[in-house]
Design a protein around this ligand. Structure first.
Ligand SMILES: Cc1cc2nc3c(=O)[nH]c(=O)nc-3n(C[C@H](O)[C@H](O)[C@H](O)COP(=O)(O)OP(=O)(O)OC[C@H]3O[C@@H](n4cnc5c(N)ncnc54)[C@H](O)[C@@H]3O)c2cc1C
Length: 389
């Protein structure tokens, strides 16, 4: 049954504990089935927690590997690493995000000027296309803040190839409504479906596949364009090296800046460092996901997740003052520590800060991101070795 999302680390840990016994064979066998929002699902439902790092990838994989061998839970671990791959890929190709943002904004402008485009877009978003499955999924997304992975693939494919709407508008629609809305996973998955990530390889939704994996809930036979060609891909993006992070003296009086991209940033605080002089929170990355208003579920989840993280930080460091980011220079701090901002709306919206920033990169990201070279395969090959460390 679909249960309302509770945006606390405690709720995330509870979901993780409930999922761990199912992370082996049951996950691998059932992960592609979506029989409807009120039916049991084999997937974990953890992505909103990972997106905001109320739970980290490392602790999820650790919990799973305490119960299963890597080979038994291989499929699940690989899926977690897909997220890592997308993040590492985009971090090294920020131009892909900038191009998406520019094209999205251009299409949003065209919506105001071209009534046919506006009509098709509105019908798709409101679930009034006449394609039953698509319409049900559009409404499910708005109501619940999530869609099953297979359903996201079908949805994006129908959006692009049957409805012939610009993929960037679909990606924006997801960014507004998904509680796990993530610049890397979302933009690059839409590009992948369109055939822009792996050149010439696109994902075409087929009625027979939908019928099989929705367990007969839908069968849009004759309604889909099943012979579409991939979109024409621009030249591949050149990879640029990951930023070298500044060195950090634990003794330097510092403040902590929290953003919705990493709500466990307190864990990165150096063990030898005194408590933060001050803590500030920056919420601007939430609304920056789209120039259009966010859906109620996604917005409520992100804001409540920040409140939960702040409550835990205040408990851990009761003597640290809480101030606005602009006031951090007035607290005696000489620098700001924060989790490295991933490429995306949070980094775009971050204001100029009043002190030097020391970005902290998680060991997980430092180990995996350099392997997000070309395809997922290269990173996947490294999983046993990296986890073995
Ligand atoms: C068009 C499209 C858009 C998407 N947009 C997003 C997005 O904005 N944010 C997002 O987190 N994921 C996105 N995904 C990936 C995937 O659909 C979700 O991560 C997954 O559905 C989350 O459900 P879960 O937690 O039950 O996953 P599980 O199957 O239980 O997997 C465990 C974890 O692995 C990660 N994961 C699983 N599958 C994928 C995948 N295919 N790509 C990347 N990470 C994955 C997630 O962090 C997830 O929580 C998108 C996929 C498509 C096809």
């Amino acid at each position: 049954m679909s249960t309302p999302l509770i945006a606390t680390r405690a709720a995330g840990l509870q979901s993780l504990a409930a999922f761990v016994p199912r992370a082996g064979r049951a996950y691998a066998d059932g992960r592609n089935v979506d029989a409807g929002p009120d039916q049991p699902r084999a997937v974990s439902g953890l992505s909103p927690y990972v997106r905001h790092r109320l739970l980290t990838e490392a602790e999820i994989v650790d919990a799973v590997l305490q119960r299963h061998t890597l080979s038994a839970a291989e499929k699940f671990v690989q899926e977690v690493c897909w997220r890592t791959y997308w993040k590492g890929w985009l971090q090294q190709r920020p131009q892909a995000w900038r191009d998406y943002v520019a094209a999205r904004d251009a299409h949003l402008l065209r919506l105001q000027q071209i009534s046919g485009l506006r009509l098709g877009y509105t019908q798709a978003c409101e679930g009034r296309t006449g394609i039953d499955c698509f319409d049900a999924w559009a409404q499910e997304l708005v109501a619940t803040g999530t869609l099953h992975n297979h359903t996201r693939m079908w949805f994006a494919s129908i959006w692009i190839f049957t409805l012939r709407l610009p993929w960037e508008l679909g990606a924006d629609w997801f960014m507004r409504h998904l509680a796990d809305a993530d610049a890397a996973s979302n933009t690059l998955s839409w590009r992948w479906v369109a055939g822009l990530h792996t050149v010439g390889k696109h994902y075409v939704a087929r009625a027979e596949n939908i019928e099989r994996y929705t367990r007969g809930r839908f069968n849009p036979v004759g309604q889909l364009n099943e012979s579409a060609a991939p979109l024409t891909a621009p030249p591949p993006y050149a990879r640029q090296p990951l930023a070298t992070l500044p060195s950090d003296d634990p003794g330097t009086p510092s403040a902590l800046l929290l953003t919705d991209d990493d709500l466990s940033a307190g864990d990165l605080w150096p063990a030898a460092a005194p408590p933060p002089r001050a803590i500030a929170v920056f919420r601007g990355g939430i609304a920056a996901r789209s120039p259009q208003p966010l859906g109620a579920v996604a917005s409520a989840f992100a804001n409540a997740a920040i409140d939960d993280a702040m409550a835990r930080l205040r408990q851990r460091w009761p003597d640290s003052v809480v101030v606005e980011p602009e006031a951090l220079a007035d607290t005696g701090a000489q620098q700001i520590r924060m989790a490295e901002a991933p490429v995306g709306p949070g980094a775009d919206a971050l204001p100029t800060l009043p002190l030097p920033v020391v970005a902290l990169r998680r060991d997980w990201d430092a180990a995996f991101w350099p392997h997000a070279m070309r395809g997922f395969f290269q990173l996947r090959e490294r999983i046993p070795q990296i986890l073995g460390r």
